[in-house]
Write a protein that binds this ligand. Structure first.
Ligand SMILES: Cc1cc2nc3c(=O)[nH]c(=O)nc-3n(C[C@H](O)[C@H](O)[C@H](O)COP(=O)(O)O)c2cc1C
Ligand code: SF4
Ligand code: SF4
Length: 286
């Protein structure tokens, strides 16, 4: 059974969990490939026997560009799947909604999980000296009991589900919570406005050294660097990868991010997925 863990990770949290799931599934004897959506065409994803799909929560939802990606997944026959998200504080009904989307696509969803991780949005406007920032820097997420138990639960669900997916007619996504039926539309509306306003405000300040990293790692191909001039286009996923990864912290979204915390993933050394053909090394931060 070939298992694909397909994830998107702007700043490392979702990838960190993907690697944890992969390690545990491999220990149970499965053949597992963790890969970023940046490097896997939907057609290729459909060729695996079992799919684990992971994404970060943006405004109680999955990142918009991933919806288009999921739409393009087409299965030649029903197969097993599991879904997880990572979030900073609250994921709303997103896990359920995504599980239903996968079921509609022909997946039998046998497992779901949600992981609370550092919120890369709030951290971008948090002081380095604050308790929150210091806590993030001093926490070993690899040893977090909550994360370990969540990964183990999901891996057990997948391990048990892998053999019975062919027979099972429906999975076990969490129930929708009524409160989110009210909160989600309002949150989404606010988030859409927030996104429209702030994705137009990305800029590199005078400390830019023209290294070109932001252009190379932007998953949306939304950045062009000429010398120390950095141009941001209109197709931003709002993943905050460029802002958190810039080596001299030159990328700002308004003055509120100036001098504020930069998040380099749960182990502090997150390297975004290498783009196909570029051969950059991926430290994995497992
Ligand atoms: C644009 C944006 C919106 C976000 N919205 C939410 C949210 O609604 N709820 C939440 O709990 N976390 C939210 N977050 C925090 C991320 O979901 C969280 O940090 C996630 O683990 C990031 O994963 P990554 O490091 O793999 O990109 C948001 C982050 C961004 C960048
Ligand atoms: S990553 Fe930072 S320093 Fe490098 S080109 Fe982009 S803005 Fe400039
Ligand atoms: S411009 Fe920055 S925030 Fe927008 S998609 Fe690219 S890396 Fe992500």
């Amino acid at each position: 059974m070939k298992i694909l863990i397909l994830y998107f990770s702007g700043t490392g949290n979702t990838k960190f969990i993907a690697n944890k799931i992969a390690t545990k599934l491999e220990r149970k004897g499965h053949h597992v490939t963790p890969a970023s959506v940046e490097n896997v065409e939907p057609e290729e994803a459909s060729s695996y026997d079992f799919l684990v799909f992971g994404y970060p929560i943006y405004g109680y939802d999955m990142p918009k560009f991933l919806k288009g990606y999921l739409e393009r997944l087409s299965l030649p026959s029903s197969r097993g799947g599991a879904v997880y998200d990572t979030m900073g504080y609250d994921g709303g009904n997103s896990l359920r909604v995504t599980a239903e989307k996968l079921i509609e696509k022909g997946f039998v969803v046998v497992g779901t999980a949600e992981f609370k991780m550092p919120g890369n949005d709030g951290l971008a406007i948090t002081d380095w000296k604050s308790k929150t920032a210091q806590q993030v820097l001093s926490t070993d997420y690899g040893r977090s009991q909550e994360i370990r138990e969540g990964v183990e639960r999901l891996v057990d669900q997948i391990d048990a589900g892998v053999d019975r997916v062919i027979k099972q007619s429906e999975g076990n996504p969490p129930k929708r919570k009524f409160i989110y039926r009210l909160l989600t539309p309002a949150t989404k509306l606010l988030f859409d406005i927030f996104e429209r306003v702030f994705t137009g405000k990305f800029r590199a300040d005078e400390s830019c050294i023209g290294c070109g990293l932001c252009e190379r790692i932007c998953p949306a191909d939304n950045i062009v660097v000429h010398g120390t001039e950095v141009e941001f286009g209109d197709d931003c996923y709002f993943c905050l990868r460029c802002l958190h990864q810039c080596p001299v912290e030159a990328i700002q979204i308004t003055r509120f991010t100036e001098g504020k915390f930069r998040y380099r993933g749960p182990t502090g050394n997150y390297v975004p997925a290498p783009l196909v053909g570029e051969g950059r090394e991926d430290s994995g931060s497992a």
